[in-house]
Design a protein around this ligand. Structure first.
Ligand SMILES: C[S@@+](CC[C@H](N)C(=O)[O-])C[C@H]1O[C@@H](n2cnc3c(N)ncnc32)[C@H](O)[C@@H]1O
Length: 268
């Protein structure tokens, strides 16, 4: 069990799908368009949402190697399907055995909503291993620290500051990059001579996205409580105001993410 519930992954999947940058996805598709058959590894695949989002954009016959350390999520991922995709699943702890996940012939390394959980040194290990194999790398939906509320509340900045600090806590990979993940990914791949495309992939949530909004504001209040920078009455006041604001017609919440595609220059 990883702590990422299947319910949460299924709740966020349509928002991830909508947010994914079409510009970055088009760059991925273009880079792979000439290959008649593709083998793709999805690191930390969860319940298989990346396959569902990406497979329709890749023309060739596809073999998807789905990797996660949560066997329960992998059972769900095994059912991810697309007419052009053949799916295999493997339980791998990416902290211990990242290199095993990259074994064998591959044409693309992809991941979604993972890099903000990892440490700088683990990301460097990943970038080194991917670059050593001259493979293209597509990382979607890394949280970048931008959370904005309409209407705003005086306590928003303090709560979001606490959320960013919570994001930097160790998630099993060492101190997490949190909001710096995409920036560091871009810098590392540029440093190894890759061509990098990146773009925003933000969730934009309106009152009709109620279940997602409630899950987010409740989650942020819990994170702020765990970090302990604000008093409990302050957090409770913020949560009450936020919950009250959710149904209002003009209310919205934007959560910033960045998508990145990095390819060896020779593959362009
Ligand atoms: C936020 S979820 C993203 C899942 C999926 N990529 C998606 O976009 O829906 C993070 C995923 O990382 C996986 N994970 C966390 N630590 C891991 C580790 N050490 N090795 C492999 N997977 C891990 C979790 O099980 C979870 O599926």
């Amino acid at each position: 069990m990883s702590g990422f519930s299947a319910d949460w992954l299924s709740l966020r999947e349509p928002y991830d799908l909508r947010a994914r940058s079409t510009k970055v996805l088009a760059a991925v598709a273009e880079a792979l368009a000439a290959l008649p058959a593709l083998t793709i590894v999805d690191l930390a695949c969860g319940a298989g949402s990346t396959l569902r989002a990406v497979a329709p954009h890749l023309p060739a016959q596809q073999i998807w190697k789905l990797v996660d350390n949560d066997p329960g999520l992998l059972v769900r991922a095994a059912n991810a399907s697309h007419p052009r995709a053949r799916v295999t699943t493997t339980t791998i702890d990416l902290v211990r055995d990242l290199e095993a996940a990259l074994d064998g012939p591959l044409d693309l390394v992809t991941t979604s909503a993972l890099l903000d959980l990892v440490s700088d040194s683990w990301l460097e290990r990943l970038a080194t291993e991917v670059a050593a194999r001259r493979l293209p790398f597509y990382a979607a939906l890394s949280y970048d620290g931008r959370i904005t509320f309409e209407p705003s509340d005086p306590l928003d900045a303090a709560i979001i500051g606490a959320v960013s600090n919570h994001q930097r806590r160790d998630k099993g990979f060492g101190p997490a990059l949190g909001p710096d993940a995409a920036k560091r990914t871009i810098a590392m791949f540029e440093a190894v001579g890759y061509f990098v495309v990146n773009a925003a992939a933000d969730w934009v949530l309106k009152p009709h996205d109620r279940d997602m909004l409630v899950a987010l504001v409740d989650g942020w209040a819990s994170a702020a409580r765990e970090v302990g920078q604000q008093s409990l009455p302050e957090i409770a006041t913020w949560l009450t105001h936020r919950r009250d604001a959710l149904p209002h017609e003009k209310s919205s919440i934007r959560v910033g993410h960045i998508d990145v595609f990095a390819a060896p220059i020779a593959r362009r």
